[in-house]
Design a protein around this ligand. Structure first.
Ligand SMILES: Nc1ncnc2c1ncn2[C@@H]1O[C@H](COP(=O)(O)OP(=O)(O)OP(=O)(O)O)[C@@H](O)[C@H]1O
Length: 349
């Protein structure tokens, strides 16, 4: 439904020859009906990427195909027509303050030349869909942030798009309202079969509604994966950093200060363990103690539900002699746990 091929975008300031390369030879494929999240740090190129999909930003090179139509070669009129099939919502809603809720949603239809009777027939069910039928004659100033985003969603759906682009759509909302807007987007995805591409810096958003995620940095794709895989076994260092920040599973500060990079004659390894699937319900730690002869001091642990998957995480100190702790790590790895050695601490005297 959305395909970006080799898309680059360089911003040039007036009179300057060197530009900022915001996107570099970027490929993206979002099949019909998928909710695809793009996540990255500030300045990674997320806004540029999503704005290239409807050509709010024109790529410097590469092709953009939406619903089978390549957009970069279209005339201005043909591009305007194509954009009717690409709805977009924004962080700050972008509603017209002088128009009522009804008239905000009606605006794209007015611009398309739809007559007043049909506008009423199309806007009323959209206001029902987003739960604002009773607010039709209110003005944006009379609405909460979540309600404003609902109006923006109804407006984006008015031209019956096949694709919805969401530019940090929940970043200005509190967690409860964020949850209700994400639920609405999920309903729309399921009921209308709408393909959704969203950009966000919040892992929670990706975890809650996305099917697939692309992690980007410096205008390049770092990692792309199913959400369940990304949250249980990210393949890149940046992916692991995002996950660890999200899970807030770091060793206690006092321990970090004592961690040494290399093992010594009298040190114990401190490990971060991630396990999913069957490993979550297997008593691996007690078996580890029995079979490898090490004691395990659990420093932090948590279990997270990621859609239909369960992820267990633990930071633990493995206490035993060097051979035993090595065997213990190998034992964990053969039981499909991801083991990351964070460092080594001196054994107590
Ligand atoms: N209009 C512009 N002119 C010049 N440089 C730009 C312009 N827009 C973005 N950039 C630069 O392009 C890079 C990518 O910016 P972009 O806004 O796409 O990133 P982002 O991931 O969306 O960041 P944020 O999360 O902070 O919005 C940054 O270095 C930014 O400074």
């Amino acid at each position: 439904m959305i395909r970006l091929h080799n898309v680059s975008k360089t911003y040039f300031a007036k009179g300057k020859r060197d530009g900022v390369e915001a996107l570099k030879a970027f490929d993206l494929h979002v099949p019909k009906g998928q909710i695809h999240g793009v996540i990255g740090l500030s300045g990674a190129g997320k806004s540029t990427l999503i704005r290239c999909v409807n050509l709010l930003e024109r790529p410097t090179t590469g092709s953009v195909t939406v619903d089978g139509q390549e957009l970069t070669g279209l005339s201005r009129d043909a591009l305007n027509q194509a954009r009717h099939r690409i709805g977009m919502i924004f962080q700050h809603f972008n509603l017209l303050t002088s128009r009522t809720v009804f008239d905000n949603v009606a605006l794209p239809l007015e611009l398309m030349g739809v007559n007043r009777t049909e506008i009423r027939e199309r806007v009323t069910p959209l206001l029902e869909l987003v739960g604002l039928a009773d607010k039709a004659s209110h003005y944006p100033a009379q609405l909460s942030g979540g309600q404003k985003q609902r109006v923006a969603i109804a407006r984006a759906l008015a031209s019956r798009p096949t694709v919805l682009l969401c530019d940090e759509a929940t970043s200005a909302l509190d967690p409860h309202t964020t949850g209700s807007i994400l639920e609405l987007l999920q309903d729309i995805n399921q009921q209308l079969g709408l393909t959704i591409l969203l950009i966000t810096h919040e892992m929670e958003v990706v975890k809650t509604i996305c099917h697939r995620v692309s992690l980007i940095s410096g205008g390049e794709l770092v990692e792309e994966a199913d959400v369940g895989d990304f949250f249980t076994a990210p393949r890149t260092r940046l992916g692991r950093e995002f996950l660890n920040d999200f899970l807030e599973l770091e060793p206690p500060r006092a321990l970090i200060e004592r961690l040494e990079e290399a093992p010594g004659a009298r040190t114990h390894p401190v490990v971060r363990l991630a396990f999913s699937g069957d490993a979550v319900s297997t008593p691996l730690i007690s078996r580890l103690a029995r079979e490898c002869g090490v004691d395990v001091s659990i420093l932090q642990a948590k279990v997270e539900s990621i859609q239909d998957r369960t992820l267990g995480l633990m930071i633990a100190e493995l206490m035993g002699d060097a051979d035993d702790t090595r065997r213990a790590i190998a034992y964990l790895e053969t039981h499909d746990l991801q083991v990351e050695v964070l460092g080594h601490v001196q054994r107590d005297a």
